[in-house]
Design a protein around this ligand. Structure first.
Ligand SMILES: [Fe+2]
Ligand SMILES: [Fe+2]
Length: 165
């Protein structure tokens, strides 16, 4: 556990946490894409995988600016969220229903990431690292977009999914 005395210490820790989360996602998102039946959903995951790889590179750039190492921390929260996503992928049943479940897991991932980026951005802003703020904001916008896309696909699937009335 790192000693936290200043905003810079906490920011460094948040960046390490995000780095671990994004790295885990580069392995988890392909599984979510593969496990999705709806072609639109699959494409959304595949597109976001590319963004995620970029976000990893962006965090490496952030770490370079802050003169820290991005490695050395494991984001236990994301590990848990991904674990739940893996459960959604193992379910059996109606394709649309299973896809909606996978979207629920994906949406949790995006919200978790958004919370991390929002925290890091507010800390970076306070330290005056404007270039770091700009980089983190780019990733935040991508997470927000990904969440919106998932929500839209879910709305369509829910409308046409079988239900007991
Ligand atoms: Fe991400
Ligand atoms: Fe994301």
């Amino acid at each position: 556990m790192a000693t936290k005395k200043t905003i810079d210490d906490l920011l460094a820790d948040e960046i390490k946490d995000l780095y671990s989360a994004e790295k885990q996602l580069t392995k988890a998102i392909p599984k979510m894409a593969k496990g999705s039946t709806n072609p639109q959903l699959r494409a959304a995951f595949e597109g976001h995988l590319k963004e995620t790889e970029n976000q990893v590179a962006r965090l490496e750039k952030v770490a370079e600016i802050l003169q820290i190492k991005p490695t050395g921390k494991k984001c236990a929260g994301m590990e848990g969220v991904i674990e739940e996503g893996a459960e959604a992928l193992e379910e059996e049943g109606e394709e649309a229903i299973l896809d909606i479940g996978i979207i629920g897991a994906g949406s949790r991932v995006e919200h978790y990431e958004m919370a991390g980026y929002l925290t890091a951005i507010s800390l970076a802003r306070q330290t005056g690292a404007t270039d770091v703020v700009a980089l983190l904001n780019q990733s935040l916008a991508e997470e927000e977009n990904a969440e919106k896309t998932l929500r839209k696909i879910a709305a369509g699937l829910i409308k046409s999914a079988p239900a007991e009335v």
